[in-house]
Design a binder for this molecule. Structure first.
Ligand code: GN1
Ligand code: MG
Length: 365
């Protein structure tokens, strides 16, 4: 079925004029649809190998976006002058009122609103963006902080549970026939030196120090939208992974993404560094927004969460490389290996700056 026919299912304002690829997601396929009337929306094909229950993804997304939307509406009514622009993507139903469309090849499609007059960046180049990234994640956590974790489905079992990724890595390693190279050896060493800390967040969860909340699940820099004119953060997008979890997965993921100036796709991984100045700015944006939500333990685990999530993503890329690139999309055979090395190098640079990160957190308590 041509993609315009699929897009047409979600178009309420006339004929679809154009469909083009949008962004560079590693899992789903994303398109920008423009109608003849000039309206735009986002069309996505969900990777059902990863998201085994796409209906649950839609249910979570509807609960969260409706919750945020009604809060924003109430705030607008309360004081008709919102302090800053803030928007949430919203689910667009098909012409027959469904929240998704299954085509004849059994692919799962859904549409969401397009946020206009906004842009995304893959890496933080202007330090002013760093504070905004922190404000964005904090605003999001604040807006969803009163949804009970039990209200959402677990759409991706094991997502961000590092001990499970470590088990999968050991399994894959046993069966891998890949030739060992100096790069792979280096990665194996990076992992084996750190296996004892992989349970740190899960242990904190089990002992009640950290509790389940609603997390974004993928708050990397290019999932924050900035107003094209003011350059203020105005939305957190890519809500597929919104589900019960620790907000520390988000904190770690956001900082490992934001503090890597060279970006996840850097080719010369050896030059990658964790930028402590950006870390300070992101936390300076984030922490004031979550003051009301945070316990003293929440502060204590910030450093560990950055370290763990950086390690975890390196491990996930490495495992996928060893397994033959079955999870993340790749452009060349060693793409996931290179991505893994970027994360491990970033982690090592962060480890060398542990004291500084802890001091920044202390100062913002
Ligand atoms: C994947 O597809 P994308 O880019 O939104 C992944 C994230 C990783 C990210 C790394 C469901 O997200 O966990 O952090 O790649 N999403 C899933 O770029 O695995
Ligand atoms: Mg994502």
């Amino acid at each position: 079925m041509p993609i315009t026919t699929i897009a047409q299912q979600f178009s309420h304002t006339g004929l679809v004029a154009d469909v083009r690829t949008l962004g560079n997601g590693n899992i789903n396929d994303t398109f920008l649809v423009t109608t003849q009337a000039g309206d735009r929306f986002v069309l996505q094909r969900i990777n059902t190998q990863v998201f085994r229950h796409p209906q649950w993804v839609m249910e979570n997304m509807k609960i969260v976006t409706e919750h945020i939307h009604s809060k924003l509406q109430a705030k607008k009514l309360d004081d008709d002058r919102l302090e800053r622009r803030w928007e949430t993507p919203r689910v667009i139903l098909t012409n027959s009122g469904a929240d998704h469309f299954v085509d004849e090849a059994n692919a799962f499609w859904r549409a969401i609103s397009f946020i206009d007059q906004a842009e995304t960046i893959d890496r933080i180049e202007d330090p002013r963006h760093a504070v905004e990234v922190g404000i964005a994640l904090g605003t999001f956590h604040g807006l969803v902080g009163d949804i009970s974790a039990a209200a959402l489905h677990d759409t991706l079992e094991g997502f961000h549970l590092t001990p499970i990724y470590l088990e999968q890595y050991h399994q894959v390693l046993l069966n891998s026939t890949l030739r060992q190279t100096p790069e792979i050896d280096r990665c194996l060493q990076w992992v084996s030196d750190r296996t004892s800390f992989v349970t740190i967040l899960e242990d904190a969860k089990r002992s009640g120090k950290l509790s389940l909340r609603i997390m974004h699940g993928d708050p990397k820099v290019n999932n924050v939208m900035f107003d094209s004119i003011t350059h203020q953060a105005i939305s957190m997008v890519d809500l597929d992974t919104v589900k019960p979890g620790l907000i520390h997965y988000d904190i770690g993921d956001c900082l490992r993404s934001g503090c890597n100036i060279m970006g996840e796709e850097a080719e010369n991984w050896e030059a990658v560094q964790f930028d402590i100045g950006l870390c300070e700015m992101i936390l300076q944006g984030y922490l004031p927004q979550v003051k009301g939500l945070f316990t003293s333990f929440d502060y204590d685990f910030i450093y560990d969460s950055i370290r763990l999530l950086t390690f975890e993503l390196g491990l996930r890329f490495l495992t996928d490389h060893l397994a033959g690139n079955i999870y993340f999309k790749v452009n060349y055979p060693s793409h996931n290996l290179n991505r893994a090395m970027v994360q491990f190098q970033l982690m090592q640079s962060l480890e060398n700056q542990e004291d500084k990160v802890r001091k920044i957190v202390e100062a913002h308590k």
